[in-house]
Design a protein around this ligand. Structure first.
Ligand code: PLP
Length: 447
């Protein structure tokens, strides 16, 4: 179908309920219709080129229009477009991808459970940790500790594990057995403390919560190495070592939600490599296929997998767990990342360049802080730079900035008044320059 923008918008508003969208606003303004992607650029129904500073939803790591991925999908569709992994069957793409994931993930991870998305990974992990403790003869270890403002997906378990107040209020969540502690957000919540002290204090809330609940009731702690959707919350360096120490000391399982951080985003293959975390589970999605097709994978450490394998049938799985086309695309994506040494390129060249250019925005009068790691970055819009006072919520400074960005040809995301970017890993220096210029222009208009 080739319609004009107004007709696309009319049909969209008439028949389509969007995720995370206020439909009144959508009806007033009409959706932005994205029709094509090319490298790091999107093309909309008006033919405008827009630099995708978010790589879709933090996922199109290898950029749009990648021939290797397209060819892998086509080949697999012809060969075997669907089969499942239930009831003692398997197919070559799932087997090959499982081996490849064992190769690229940290030592001690040799087993994978496939899902169709990041949310399904977190649903799986919730059931798997409880199953693990039941197999260990400790079924009373049920509670999973997470963090306020974390994002772990939109299914009932994912949204419960997440710490988004708005999501909890709409769904009578969290479900029982999930509790939340505070996040390590120094700019927003760490006034009067050094980052080091604040990181330790926030990590030690885990110990306090464990002692309050009784360590023998707690199954696991879950965290994103860097909280993405919460606003690119990069924990102080003291945070993860202390969390690791506490998990080890009390013998609780550690789940790293790597759905955003995995596959090069933080400058290493995984966020756990960047922060020196040694988890028991890693949840992977998004960048595993560069977002071309849906896929999730729960990496299960040898220690945990050994127990689960002896525990009889794990009654869990999805029709699209390890879909063959998704696995074929993931294999092509990871092989391409290896062939082009993309993680090394990110670490040595493009991430340092992006971070240096991004930090220049901190000189603007409405920017209270810039921060970043690898290929994610954020900045805080403030009314008063010195006291770091925010604009009144009614000013919607973040949303205003996001609209100026889009009008200027840049996708930048607003989380309240925190502006965030997560561009494709294949972005060039010239494209980074363009991104920073467009962001600067939009921030100047917002002020
Ligand atoms: N976990 C994290 C850290 C995420 O950022 C997301 C999505 O943004 C999810 C889980 C959920 O993934 P999905 O949307 O594929 O279900």
């Amino acid at each position: 179908m080739d319609l004009d923008t107004r007709e696309w918008q009319r049909r969209d508003a008439s028949h389509h309920l969007h995720p995370f969208t206020d439909h009144q606003q959508l009806r007033d303004k009409g959706a932005r219709i994205i029709t094509r992607g090319e490298g790091v650029y999107l093309i909309d129904s008006e033919g405008r080129r827009i630099l995708d500073g978010m790589a879709g939803l933090w996922c199109v790591n290898m950029g749009y229009g990648c021939e290797e991925l397209i060819a892998a999908a086509e080949r697999q569709m012809r060969e075997l477009p669907y089969y499942n992994l239930f009831f003692q069957t398997a197919h070559p793409p799932a087997i090959e991808l499982a081996s490849l994931l064992a190769e690229v993930t940290p030592p001690g991870f040799n087993q994978v459970f496939f899902t169709g998305s990041g949310s399904e990974c977190n649903d799986t992990v919730l059931r798997m940790v409880r199953h693990y403790w039941a197999c260990q003869g400790k079924p009373e270890r049920q509670v999973i500790i997470s963090r306020r403002n974390a994002y772990h997906g939109s299914t009932v378990a994912g949204a419960s594990l997440g710490g988004m107040r708005g999501m909890h209020e709409q769904g009578s969540l969290p479900i029982p057995g999930i509790v939340h502690i505070d996040q390590p957000y120094h700019f927003g919540e760490g006034q009067g403390m050094s980052p080091h002290e604040f990181g330790l204090a926030r990590a030690r809330q885990l110990e306090q919560k464990l002692l309050e609940l009784g360590p023998d009731k707690v199954a696991a702690f879950i965290g994103e190495p860097i909280q993405g959707a919460g606003g690119v919350i990069i924990p102080p360096e003291s945070y993860w070592p202390e969390v690791q120490r506490i998990c080890d000391h009390y013998g609780i399982l550690l789940i790293a939600d790597e759905v955003i951080c995995g596959f090069g985003r933080t400058g290493s293959w995984f966020g756990c490599d960047t922060f020196g975390i040694r988890p028991d589970f890693m949840c992977l999605a998004k960048g595993i296929t560069s977002g071309y097709v849906p896929l999730g994978a729960v990496m299960v450490s040898d220690r945990v997998a050994g127990v689960i394998e002896r525990g009889g049938e794990f009654a869990h799985g999805f029709t699209y767990s390890g879909h063959p086309v998704s696995c074929a695309v993931a294999i092509a994506n990871i092989r391409l990342m290896q062939k082009e040494s993309i993680v090394k390129r990110v670490h040595d060249r493009i991430a340092p360049y992006l971070q240096r250019r991004w930090a220049e925005l901190s000189a603007l009068p409405i920017v209270g802080e810039t921060r970043g790691k690898g290929m994610v970055a954020a900045l805080e819009i403030v009314q008063d730079k010195h006291s770091k006072t925010r604009f009144p919520a009614t000013a919607h400074a973040g949303l205003t900035c996001r609209e100026f960005c889009f009008d200027n040809g840049l996708v930048m995301r607003a989380v309240g008044d925190t502006m965030i970017i997560s561009p494709p890993l294949v972005i060039t220096e010239t494209e980074v320059d363009n991104l920073v210029d467009l962001a600067r222009r939009s921030l100047e208009l917002t002020a």
